[in-house]
Write a protein that binds this ligand. Structure first.
Ligand code: ATP
Length: 511
């Protein structure tokens, strides 16, 4: 997808009430966005899909809703006060600020693309007899690129682990990484920058305590681990899920809702017996990928990326990357967090956070496998992939938002063919028939063709048209967004048809 197409996604999102820039009349607030009338509905539907798949479909997963504010010691224990930093670097000519790790990863991605190019060329040359594995393992040029990538990444990981920021800068210089804006290599030193937002609790300055806006929802789950385990009589393995806001003072906030300073996460912590975490890690990688694939988008748009540099709490981590309009990027993380968090909270709080395993007859601090997805990123993945410009048989074109029907904001638009002869009244009857189960829109303005196009672009999967015949025989025309096919059915059949096409339950059954 080109830059132009991405711009198109952004302007479409605004034009159809999906996403607005926050505080737009004051020229906006950087990396903060509001969801409009359609966006709020789409977002809720994505949440419902996640919650349904995680909580409703699993007997051993329950959901909570913990507060954004937490005791400040939480973030000391979790390591966020000391280690939730990004390395930043400025270009002195463009005055642009970058994340040093992102500059290096983008550079490595360019080398990866060179490999891809070579592979494509070879595929063409060798045809059916092409063996990719063999080619990757023997072609000197490709092996050279691979060697280059691992040298860079090893050095970067080592430098970050040793907190040797001077070497990170040196690496950027040695690799001749240039500022994408100025094209120069006139870099400042690399510095660490903590991403948490601080604020004050209490009205009197002397008594005030510094609080942080949570940078992840997970800690609210860890602090409630024992409450939920005991009151829910949960037996290991079990999970706690949560959807909620998180805040990060991102250094570079670009790419629309991909990287925001206020965003929403859907996280699940799965508590397991120590030693079984790798099995569960693999299980959750598979289940989560399956959740994504069930949406029916091109499966070539997903890939796993195993972490080379592990976070301070993890013993294994992978991202599910999605091909956004600006390339493959992290959409969801699956992390094996060991017993790090619960042990730390035991240490800092002095309270035991253990589980008595009746089968083993012993107490232990459970290990944790986490799945963590950004709701806004998921929203962007769905929106950008669904927006299509189609050329029709007669040569004309239409803009259509091919949202999976169960995610669409409005499921049905009811359209009286004319604004008279009792057709609006009949159409209102149909709205009243469906509105208790579904989001239904009534639209009588403009010619019918124009109304269809408007609903296509807004993503409404079904249009129901009421005409003069409807008054006589109680039938209506149903038009399908994706195929533009039209069928005539009786009003009595309508609720079952709509349900079949748009119900979340049908989607959950596919998992
Ligand atoms: P990145 O490397 O892109 O900064 P991360 O590895 O820091 O992401 P995690 O801490 O693993 O992200 O957070 C879990 C999920 O939360 C991510 O997979 C992503 O979908 C989402 N997320 C993280 N930061 C943001 C943000 N600033 N805006 C929107 N979503 C985010």
């Amino acid at each position: 997808m080109s830059d132009d197409q991405f711009k198109n996604v952004i302007s479409h999102a605004k034009e159809y009430g999906y996403i607005f820039q926050s505080s737009e009349i004051y020229d906006g607030l950087s990396a903060v966005y509001d969801y409009g009338q359609n966006g709020a509905l789409l977002k809720n539907n994505i949440k419902a899909y996640w919650w349904g798949a995680m909580v409703q479909m699993h007997e051993n997963i329950v959901g909570i809703d913990s507060a954004i504010f937490m005791h400040p010691t939480t973030w000391k224990a979790s390591g966020h006060v000391d280690a939730f930093n990004d390395p930043l670097i400025d270009n002195k000519d463009s005055k642009k600020r970058y994340r040093a790790d992102v500059l290096i990863e983008d550079h490595v991605e360019k080398i990866r693309q060179k490999i891809e190019k070579e592979v494509k060329k070879a595929e063409k040359r060798f045809g059916d007899s092409f063996d990719k594995e063999q080619y990757l393992g023997t072609n000197p040029r490709v092996m050279g690129y691979q060697e280059q990538i691992s040298t860079i990444m090893n050095r970067f990981v080592k430098a970050m682990e040793a907190e040797d920021l001077a070497d990170v800068k040196q690496l950027i210089e040695d690799e001749q990484i240039k500022c994408p804006v100025s094209g120069s290599m006139n870099w400042t030193d690399v510095r660490q920058f903590n991403l948490m937002f601080g604020t004050q609790l209490g009205s009197v300055a002397e008594d005030a305590t510094t609080l942080y806006l949570r940078p992840e929802t997970a800690q609210g789950i860890f602090l409630n681990y024992l409450n939920v385990q005991k009151t829910g009589r949960m037996k290991i393995p079990f999970g706690i899920a949560q959807i909620g806001k998180a805040f990060r003072n991102e250094i570079v906030a670009r790419q629309f809702i991909f990287r925001m300073r206020e965003f929403e996460q859907m996280e699940m912590q799965f508590f397991v017996r120590p030693g079984t975490e790798m099995e569960w890690y693999e299980t959750w990688k598979e289940r989560r990928l399956n959740w994504h694939k069930s949406l029916g988008f091109d499966i070539a748009k997903y890939r796993f990326h195993d972490h080379e540099k592990l976070a301070h709490y993890a013993n294994a981590a992978a991202d599910i990357e999605f091909e956004f309009p600006f390339g493959f990027k992290e959409l969801e993380g699956i992390h094996s967090r060991t017993d790090f968090d619960l042990s730390q909270h035991e240490k800092f709080s002095g309270k035991k956070l253990q589980y008595f395993d009746p089968e083993l007859g012993e107490n232990y601090v459970p290990y944790v496998v986490e799945t963590s997805i950004g709701l806004d990123r998921m929203f962007l993945a769905v929106l950008s992939t669904s927006l299509q410009e189609e050329t029709l048989e007669d040569g004309s074109s239409r803009t259509v938002l091919n949202l999976p029907a169960f995610l669409a904001p409005y499921k049905v638009a009811v359209l009286p063919l004319l604004k008279k002869d009792g057709l609006p009244e009949k159409a209102r009857e149909i709205v009243n028939l469906l509105k208790f189960d579904h989001m239904v829109q009534y639209d009588e303005k403009d010619a019918i063709g124009k109304r269809y196009r408007r609903q296509d672009a807004a993503g409404t999967p079904l249009c129901v048209t009421v005409d003069h015949q409807s008054l006589e025989d109680h039938t209506v025309t149903v038009r399908f967004r994706d195929t533009m096919e039209q069928i005539r059915i009786s009003v009595g059949e309508l609720p079952a048809l709509v349900n079949e096409k748009v119900a979340l339950s049908t989607q959950l059954e596919k998992l």
